[in-house]
Ligand binder design. Structure first.
Ligand code: BG6
Length: 472
C-alpha cells in the first residue's frame, strides 16, 4: 500500500528521538512497504545530505545496537526533507505537488504527524484544507498537550475538525501503546476468572501509581505551568483508570471500546471545592537522594533553568476518587503520580476483600498487581499454608504470571510509539483518544483545579526519593 508520512516538526526533538527511530524499527521489521515515503518538514533550510547526516547520527544514538547499515540503506531511500514555511503559499503548493494528491489510488495512505506545538495546529490545518491536502484516505496524528483545560481542548478539537473527520484523527496518549496497558483488556475480558471478581462485590480498593525519578529538567517552563495533574493525570492515569473500570464493550471496534471509556469518565464523582481538601494532595519535591544521587529541590531546579516560571506547578498529585456506577459503587480509587520519587515504576494494585468466613483471622487479603513498567508482569498475592506450619499459620505468596508467553520470538519489546504508528498505518483507532473522551476528562480535571483555586489548597512538600505524602 502506498504510504506517505509527512512529519511537521520533522527535525524537532520528538521526531528525532522517537518518531524516526520508531519508523526505522518498522522498516527493519518489514512493516513499511518499500513504496512508503516519509517526508520530514520544517521551516529550516537543509540540504538532503545535511538531513540524512542528522537522522543517521540520531538513529545511531537512539536505536543503539539495533542500528544496522542494511536497514539504514533501505530507510534512507524512503526518507526525505522539505522546507515548508507555514506562511508561504508556494511552499504548500510544493508540498501538494510532492504528495501528488490528485492521484486517488485505492488504499493510499497519507498520514500527517503534527509533531509541533499546538499553536501551530491552526495554520497547518487551515493550509491543509485550503490546499486540498485532506482526501478521505488522509489521517492526522496529534499528541499531548491536547489542551490545558476544557476550553483549549475544545479549540484544538475544532481546529482539527476544520480539515479532518473524527475517523481521520488519531490523538496519541503513549500509555495506550504500552504492551502492559493493552493487555489489561485481554486480562479482563478473556478470563472468566477475572471477569467474575471484577467489581465492588470483591474488590476493596484500587491503587494506580505512576512514579518517576526524573525531575523537571529542560521542561521546567511547561511543567511548572501545567503541573502534574494536567501533565500526567488528565491523560495517562485516566487511560489506566478507564481500562480498569470500563464495562465490556459490545465488540472490539474502536468506537465500542471508546464509548465504554467515556461512560466511566462521565461516572467519575466530581471533585470540587466541597471535597478537594479531603480527596487530593498536591506537592513539590525538596532536595533529597534519588538513585544514589543528591538532587536539588523543585524550586532550585526552576531557578537553575533560568526560564520564566512561577514555582506554582505541583510535581506530585494524589487523588481519592469514586466511579459512581453499579459496578464500582463505594470502591475508593487512589491515584498517585510524581516526579523524583523512590524508583521509576507504574502499577495498578487491586486489593480484594477478605473471604467471607475469616476462619484464619487474617488481616491480609488477595491482591492483583498489574505492573506496567519497568517490568510487564501480572502477579497475584495469595495466602497459603506456611510450610510445615501450624494449621493456622499463613504465608503470603506473590505468584507471577508472565505476560510474554514462552513461545514468543520477540527479540525486543517494541516501544509505544512504534506500536501506535503501526496502528495509524493500519487505520485502527482503538488505542487513540476520541474527541468526546478528551473533553470529558478535561472537564473533570478542571473541577479539581477550580477547587484548588477556590479553597487556596496548600502545596505540600516531599523529600526527593520518597513516595510523596499519603492520602487517607
Ligand atoms: C509524558 C509527560 O507524557 O509522560 C512526562 O509529559 C512524563 O512529564 C512522561 O515524564 C512519562 O512517560 P513514561 O512512558 O516514561 O512513563
Amino acid at each position: 500500500m502506498a504510504l506517505d508520512i509527512v512529519i511537521f516538526g520533522g527535525i524537532g526533538d520528538l521526531s528525532l528521538r522517537k518518531l524516526l527511530p520508531s519508523l526505522f524499527y518498522l522498516c527493519k521489521d518489514g512493516n513499511l512497504e518499500p513504496q512508503s515515503h516519509i517526508l520530514c518538514v520544517s521551516r529550516k533550510e537543509k540540504t538532503c545530505e545535511e538531513f540524512l547526516d542528522l537522522v543517521n547520527g540520531k538513529l545511531k544514538e537512539y536505536v543503539k545496537e539495533d542500528y544496522d547499515e542494511n536497514t539504514w540503506q533501505k530507510f534512507c531511500n524512503i526518507i526525505s526533507y522539505k522546507k515548508v514555511d507555514l506562511t508561504i503559499q508556494e511552499d504548500w503548493h510544493g508540498l501538494r505537488d510532492h504528495l501528488n494528491i490528485s492521484d486517488q489510488e485505492e488504499n493510499r495512505n497519507i498520514i500527517y504527524y503534527l509533531s509541533v506545538t499546538p499553536s501551530l495546529f491552526t495554520p497547518i490545518c487551515q493550509q491543509i484544507k485550503l490546499n486540498d491536502l485532506n482526501p478521505e484516505y488522509s489521517r492526522v496524528v496529534v499528541e499531548k498537550p491536547l489542551g490545558e483545560d476544557l476550553n483549549s481542548a475544545e479549540e484544538i478539537n475544532e481546529v482539527l475538525a476544520l480539515s479532518f473527520k473524527e475517523k481521520q484523527i488519531y490523538r496519541i496518549d503513549h500509555y495506550l501503546g504500552k504492551e502492559a496497558v493493552q493487555n489489561i483488556l485481554h486480562l479482563r475480558f478473556s478470563n472468566h476468572l477475572m471477569e467474575t471478581v471484577w467489581s465492588k462485590d470483591h474488590i476493596e480498593r484500587i491503587d494506580i501509581t505512576v512514579a518517576e525519578t526524573v525531575g523537571v529538567e529542560s521542561r521546567a517552563a511547561f511543567l511548572d505551568r501545567v503541573g502534574t495533574l494536567r501533565d500526567m493525570v488528565q491523560n495517562h492515569l485516566m487511560q489506566l483508570l478507564t481500562y480498569i473500570t470500563m464495562e465490556a464493550p459490545a465488540s472490539l471496534d474502536a468506537d465500542d471500546i471508546r464509548d465504554e471509556k467515556l461512560k466511566v469518565i462521565n461516572a467519575l464523582r466530581p471533585i470540587d471545592e466541597k471535597n478537594v481538601g479531603k480527596r487530593t494532595i498536591k506537592a513539590q519535591y525538596v532536595s533529597g537522594e534519588v538513585n544514589g544521587r543528591i538532587v536539588p529541590s523543585y524550586l532550585e531546579e526552576l531557578e537553575q533553568s533560568e526560564l520564566e516560571t512561577t514555582g506554582n506547578g505541583e510535581t506530585f498529585v494524589a487523588l481519592r476518587l469514586n466511579v459512581d456506577n453499579a459496578r464500582w459503587d463505594g470502591v475508593p480509587f487512589y491515584l498517585r503520580t510524581g516526579k523524583r520519587m523512590t524508583r521509576r515504576y507504574a502499577e495498578i494494585r487491586m486489593k480484594f476483600k477478605p473471604p467471607s468466613s475469616n476462619i484464619y483471622q487474617m488481616n491480609d487479603s488477595n491482591e492483583l498487581i498489574i505492573e506496567i513498567q519497568p517490568d510487564l508482569t501480572v502477579s497475584i498475592h495469595m495466602l497459603m499454608k506456611q510450610l510445615m506450619g501450624e494449621v493456622s499459620q499463613l504465608n503470603a505468596h506473590r505468584n507471577q504470571m508472565d505476560l510474554n508467553t514462552s513461545d514468543t520470538n520477540l527479540a525486543r519489546m517494541p516501544e509505544a510509539y512504534e506500536r501506535l504508528i503501526l496502528e495509524v498505518i493500519k487505520g485502527n483507532q482503538t488505542y487513540f483518544v476520541r474527541d468526546d473522551e478528551i473533553l470529558a476528562s478535561w472537564k473533570w480535571i478542571d473541577g479539581i483545579r477550580l477547587g484548588w483555586d477556590t479553597t487556596g489548597q496548600a502545596m505540600q512538600n516531599y523529600v526527593a526519593g520518597s513516595m510523596g505524602p499519603e492520602l487517607e
